[in-house]
Ligand binder design. Structure first.
Ligand code: 4AZ
Length: 255
């Protein structure tokens, strides 16, 4: 997150950290959001091997403030038992269309997430529920604090960004025809705050009548905090049915 502030996972208790096993050990891979006790919503592009991804190499940690330190009092750690990448995820035009994926989590004892001060679910929007442009929302993540940084942030950070109209975001001086109806754009009016590398998969949450709703999944952008290059997010309201289908199908076909 660029231009934001230090946060606390207790303020964004749905925030998930997705790790994958590499040759040099466990590597932080992406953010995610806890949408029900057993399910994390994240971005499809976090899994470059697609359907060939070995779910046994993935893990998820909830309740995390510091990316390289473990707080056993707050954190809950999980293995991944299932990965659903959207069937129409497509990067042939370089714009990550349908950039959405679901992870089913399971603790070593076979349990899902347990609600606590640092771990809670976030609501998903109703089908095609859209918000007015200009609305302020929050993006959170463990990603870079500057586009050119060598390192990711050590701690969870948050920034306030405003929703942009589809029309403005797909205008010629912004992203033109790269923006599909499955994306939404958000940025700060002075281009000082944005998501950045390492924030992918994480939440863009907007409060509607005091209720936190996950409207976006961090997806892409040209650089970070660049003028006329807002952050691009997967529009979660378009996937209400897809999410219900995957999560409930899985409860019917397993256990
Ligand atoms: C990335 O590389 C990335 N400014 C994520 C978000 C944005 C840019 C890049 C948005 O993961």
């Amino acid at each position: 997150v660029v231009g934001g502030a230090l946060s606390a996972v207790e303020l964004h208790p749905w925030m998930a950290a997705v790790f994958s096993m590499r040759s040099r050990g466990r590597a932080f891979t992406c953010g995610g959001s806890l949408i029900s006790p057993c399910w994390i919503l994240t971005a499809a592009h976090c899994f470059p091997d697609g359907a060939q991804t070995d779910v046994h190499k993935l893990s998820v940690v909830l309740g995390k403030n510091a990316i390289n330190e473990t707080d056993i009092e707050k954190e809950q750690e999980f293995n991944v038992s299932e990965l659903f990448i959207h069937e129409h995820f497509d990067n042939t035009d370089g714009n990550f269309n349908n950039d959405i994926a679901l992870l089913k989590i399971r603790s070593p004892e076979g349990r899902c997430a347990k609600e606590s001060r640092s771990v809670k679910t976030v609501c998903i929007p109703e089908p095609h529920h859209s918000l007015r442009h200009g609305m302020s929302c929050q993006v959170t993540g463990y990603g870079k604090e500057q586009e050119g940084a060598w390192y990711y942030s050590r701690y969870l950070r948050e920034a306030t960004v405003k929703l942009l109209s589809q029309e403005l975001c797909s205008s010629k001086s912004y992203y033109g025809n790269m923006i599909t109806e499955n994306m939404l754009c958000a940025g700060s009016p002075d281009w000082s705050a944005d998501a950045c590398k390492g924030d992918s998969g994480g939440p863009l949450v907007c409060r509607v009548r005091g209720r936190a709703i996950l409207f976006g999944v961090v997806s892409w952008g040209e650089g970070c905090s660049r003028q006329f290059r807002p952050g691009v997010y997967t529009k979660v309201s378009n996937y209400h049915h897809w999410i219900l289908e995957k999560t409930s199908l899985s409860s019917l076909t397993h256990t």
